[in-house]
Design a protein around this ligand. Structure first.
Ligand code: 5GP
Length: 114
C-alpha cells in the first residue's frame, strides 16, 4: 500500500520543501533523503498516482516534465551526465502515490540498478 500523497501537500504548500522550480504544470524540489550529491524530484501539479495511469491527455505534461528535467540538469551543473528514475508501483520501489521523476547527479551510477 502506497503512503499518503505527501507531494500534493508540498505542491499546495501545506508542508515545506526546498523548491527550486515551479510553473503552472509542475514543480521541482530537493529530495529529503538524497541518494546522490544532487537529488531533485520533479512532480506534476496534476495528481497521477502511478506511471501506469498516464493517458493521452497527459502527453504534453509528460513531455514538459522531461524538458524541465533537462533544463534543471544544466542549471544544477550536471553537464557530465545524470540519471532520471521513475519508480512505478511498490515492486519498483515507489513510495509516494504521485508520479515523479528523480533527477540524480553528481556521482557515477552503476548498471543494472538495484
Ligand atoms: P519513490 O520511492 O516514490 O520513487 O520516491 C519518493 C521519494 O520522495 C523518496 O526519494 C523520498 O526520499 C522522497 N520523500 C519522501 N517524503 C518526502 C518529503 O516529505 N519531502 C521531500 N522533499 N522528499 C520526500
Amino acid at each position: 500500500m502506497l503512503a499518503d500523497n505527501i507531494f500534493l501537500k508540498i505542491a499546495n504548500k501545506q508542508i515545506p520543501a526546498k523548491i527550486i522550480y515551479e510553473d503552472d504544470l509542475c514543480l521541482a524540489f530537493h529530495d529529503i533523503n538524497p541518494q546522490a550529491p544532487m537529488h531533485v524530484l520533479i512532480i506534476p501539479r496534476k495528481v497521477i498516482a502511478t506511471h501506469a495511469e498516464i493517458s493521452e491527455v497527459d502527453r504534453d505534461l509528460l513531455g514538459h516534465l522531461h524538458l524541465v528535467a533537462a533544463k534543471l540538469a544544466q542549471q544544477l551543473g550536471l553537464q557530465e551526465g545524470y540519471r532520471l528514475v521513475l519508480n512505478c508501483k511498490e515492486l519498483a520501489g515507489q513510495t509516494v502515490p504521485h508520479l515523479h521523476l528523480h533527477l540524480l547527479g553528481g556521482r557515477a551510477f552503476t548498471w543494472p540498478p538495484g
